[in-house]
Design a protein around this ligand. Structure first.
Ligand SMILES: [Zn+2]
Length: 153
């Protein structure tokens, strides 16, 4: 199953002409998923290894970033608060107290992780920095703006 998932991740990145795949640092998994069993933590590490191996042989760059606040930050307006979740039914929902953005918590955190990496790279001023975060619905640039402008983000 991990092989299938990692293949799909890499294929999707290639299909969308991505240059990077960014993960949250795996030692953060313990805080984000405090009830995860040892086998789940093992699975995350394995998945990361498989993705790295496959992606790098296809010329993609795989990175990990510190996920601090990425689950509390609203990926739409930037408002960061520990009470931003969950305010609807279920634990998986992110809800921004400021702008009302309502979306799956993992999707919100993933957008923040991509954006954080993007901003870190641009700050460092190195050449070849990625230019946007690929979403299902389009592309998000370093300022958090979408192109094309989308209703569903
Ligand atoms: Zn918001």
């Amino acid at each position: 199953m991990l092989h299938t998932i990692s293949n799909e991740l890499v294929e999707e990145a290639l299909e969308n002409e991505c240059t990077h795949i960014v993960f949250e640092q795996l030692n953060g998994i313990r805080e984000r998923l405090p009830h995860a069993k040892a086998v789940h933590k093992w699975a995350f590490h394995r998945l990361y290894e498989y993705v790295t191996y496959k992606a790098e042989s296809d010329g993609l760059v795989v990175k990990q970033i510190n996920p601090a606040y990425t689950s509390q930050r609203c990926s739409k307006c930037g408002f960061t608060h520990e009470d931003n979740r969950p305010h609807t039914n279920g634990q998986d929902e992110f809800g921004c107290l400021k702008c009302g953005y309502d979306v799956h918590a993992d999707y919100n955190a993933a957008k923040n992780i991509g954006l954080k990496y993007l901003r870190d790279q641009q700050k460092s001023g190195r050449g070849g920095a990625p230019v946007g975060v690929r979403l299902n619905s389009g592309m998000m640039n370093v300022n958090g703006e979408y192109s094309p402008t989308v209703l569903h983000s």
